[in-house]
Design a protein around this ligand. Structure first.
Ligand SMILES: Cc1cc2nc3c(=O)[nH]c(=O)nc-3n(C[C@H](O)[C@H](O)[C@H](O)COP(=O)(O)O)c2cc1C
Length: 354
């Protein structure tokens, strides 16, 4: 970690988690956060759902909810950035405090509840940016929406022309009823309507589904079947967990979704199971507790083609993507594999048992 990153992280600790997040966005907007050169090792390129990713490390949804800084994020060495979750109408989310650092556990609990400025604000920003780099848009439903699936259809319609890919997020634990869309019948209807909306759009970006880590074997098998049947392009595993593995921090009993280091084992296990259930036919994005190059490597081994991070940056700072890239380059050379894609799934059976 650079001296600047260390000082920056110490300063951030002086603020509550949500204020610190606001400051990080402001710093990225102003350029103070320091542009790192993009990791240029061609061996790290990954082809997935028709896109060529310069490296497999992406920023997970929830950091740049309103598409304020996707280009600054790409300049930090990320291979792609996912903005959102955006909902059709602006909404303020749950009352504060609603985001907690669990420093002793290198974790975060949040119950933000899709606070965002709505489709129009994100759309205007995405229209104004240069159309380069891979920027996905994560779409969701308003809390008070009576037809949640219609909100996703609107998301597809609104962002199809501008998003490198679209993420259908049905796994946030902080919007009542949302995760019910992962149930077999609801998911079938959702994906059918989302893909129909995409077919009607002028351009057809890849559509990926983001699932929770709190799914039993039956639910995972159901989702795998629906995903394969519907023909969507990829799946992100996973969102935050409502479970509570043993934690040391006093904030451990706060309600909301847990992310960061304590999510790593669970989300990687579910990733591997899902990889096996879909027989490696669908590209997967592995998310949950990645805070180092070796953790990213394990996600690939468990079945991921790409990796995303959020909480790791809270503890490791803005240089994390670049550091992971450097680690993956070295590890790939040592491993004897020619490409990162060749690593995908090589440890899936092991991780599925873990
Ligand atoms: C503060 C916070 C806000 C989040 N907001 C969203 C969101 O709006 N949409 C979404 O799909 N995931 C959201 N997530 C989940 C992350 O994208 C990611 O799936 C999860 O945090 C696990 O990765 P991590 O352990 O690297 O943080 C959020 C996570 C955090 C910590």
């Amino acid at each position: 970690m650079s001296v600047l990153d260390t000082v920056g992280l110490k300063l951030m600790r002086l603020f509550d988690a949500e204020t610190a997040h606001g400051l990080a966005i402001a710093a990225l907007k102003s350029g103070v956060a320091g542009a790192q050169p993009s990791h240029a090792d061609p061996a790290l390129q990954v082809q997935a759902f028709g896109l060529t990713f310069p490296n497999p490390i992406g920023l997970a949804a929830g950091f740049d909810k309103d598409a304020e800084v996707p280009d600054a994020i790409l300049r930090l060495g990320f291979g792609f950035a996912e903005v959102g979750t955006v909902t059709p109408l602006a909404q303020s989310g749950n009352p504060q405090p609603r985001m907690f650092r669990l420093s002793a556990d290198r974790a975060v609990i949040n119950r933000l509840g899709f606070n965002n400025q709505g489709h129009d604000a994100a759309l205007a920003r995405l229209q104004a940016r240069p159309q380069s780099g891979i920027v996905g848009v994560n779409i969701g439903a308003n809390k008070d929406s009576s037809d949640k699936i219609a909100d996703y259809e609107l998301g597809v319609k609104t962002f199809a022309n501008l998003a490198s890919y679209l993420t259908v997020n049905v796994s946030s634990p902080n919007t009542p009823g949302l995760r019910g869309l992962q149930d077999r019948d609801a998911l079938e209807e959702l994906l059918e309507r989302v893909l129909a909306a995409r077919a009607q759009a002028d351009t057809q970006p890849p559509v990926v589904l983001k699932i929770a880590p709190d799914l039993d074997d039956e639910a995972l098998e159901d989702i795998a079947e629906v995903v394969l049947g519907a023909g969507i392009d990829g799946v992100i595993v996973s969102n935050t967990t409502i479970s509570r593995p043993p934690l040391k921090s006093p904030e451990r009993s706060e309600q909301g979704g847990l992310s960061g280091a304590p999510l790593f084992e669970l989300s990687t296990h579910i990733l591997a199971k899902f990889y096996l259930a879909t027989e490696g036919k669908v590209p997967l994005i592995g998310v949950g507790g990645v805070d180092s190059g070796s953790a990213a490597w394990e996600k690939l081994r468990a079945g991921a083609s790409l990796v995303q991070i959020y909480s790791g940056m809270v503890y490791e700072g803005p240089g994390l993507a670049r550091n992971i890239g450097q680690h993956l380059s070295r590890q790939l050379k040592r491993s004897g594999y020619d490409t990162l894609s060749a690593v995908t799934g090589t440890g899936a059976k092991e991780w599925a048992k873990a």
